[in-house]
Design a protein. Structure first.
Length: 252
């Protein structure tokens, strides 16, 4: 059974710990030790106060469920310890130099970097963009103004551009577009809308290419314990972890 080291003990970390199936969480780390201790109590793993000791623990794979800054600070060190890595804060990979460095390190150490599907559907077939050009790759996201700290009376677009530019103004709202771009092999176009009538996050994917065209609309239900987290995103990482050592691989 795969042994997991959990880096980050927020809402996603809690969900992973509470629903561990097909894998074991043997090590837990958070910059706030009390959070790590709480998660360790749930999953019966060991909480670490020292990150170096956490990396030396008996684990096969480290799951980053903390933040973009944590992913940037620790990802390469994880790979250098010859441990596979799951990155939830995929916004960290908008930095091309950082992404290339991680990929080079993974090749050198024989490790893998996993990016869960997150809060959308359809990432598997977006990979065809790596061999057949995609002519339109657009993500339109609609959120409530309150979720972005805004007070606007009507629906309006607050950003239009590329995913790598969106992170500069809205760093917590790029994970879906970055995952799309990584799958397709090109930067996604992004439109970010706010709507006072929206009570859930809505992601609309518009994709066109030599294969034809597709449209996907996902309305995300918030995580039960944290409205800022998509429940679908949490479920996607649980599914990834459950199937890591499965002999049957489904999907492109």
């Amino acid at each position: 059974m795969v042994r997991i080291g959990l880096l980050g003990c927020g809402n996603i970390g809690h969900i992973i710990a509470q629903h561990a199936e097909g894998f074991v969480i043997s090590a837990v780390y958070d910059k706030v030790p009390e959070r790590a201790a709480e998660i360790a109590g749930i999953c019966h793993g060991k909480a670490y106060r020292d990150f170096a000791a956490f990396l030396d623990a008996d684990t096969d794979l480290i799951v980053e469920a903390a933040s973009v800054s944590a992913a940037r600070a620790h990802a390469r060190e994880v790979l250098l310890h010859k441990k596979d890595l799951v990155i939830m804060s995929v916004g960290a990979l908008t930095d091309g130099a950082f992404r290339d460095e991680l990929m080079a390190t993974a090749r050198k150490t024989g490790t893998k970097i996993y990016v869960p599907s997150g809060a959308i559907f359809g990432l598997d077939n977006l990979k065809i963009g790596q061999i057949s050009p995609i002519t339109k790759l657009l993500l339109k996201t609609t959120k409530s103004p309150q979720s972005l700290g805004l007070d606007v009376p009507t629906r309006q677009r607050i950003f239009s551009g590329k995913a790598h530019d969106c992170i500069k103004s809205y760093p917590k709202n790029v994970n879906v577009s970055v995952a799309m771009g990584l799958a397709a092999g090109q930067d996604a176009d992004v439109e970010l809308w706010v709507d006072p009538a929206a009570d859930k996050n809505i992601h609309e994917l518009f994709i066109e290419g030599s294969f034809g065209e597709t449209y996907i609309r996902v309305t995300n239900v918030p995580s039960p314990d944290n409205p800022a987290t998509s429940y679908l995103a949490a479920l996607s990482i649980l599914t990834l972890l459950k199937n890591l050592d499965s002999p049957l691989v489904v999907g492109t």
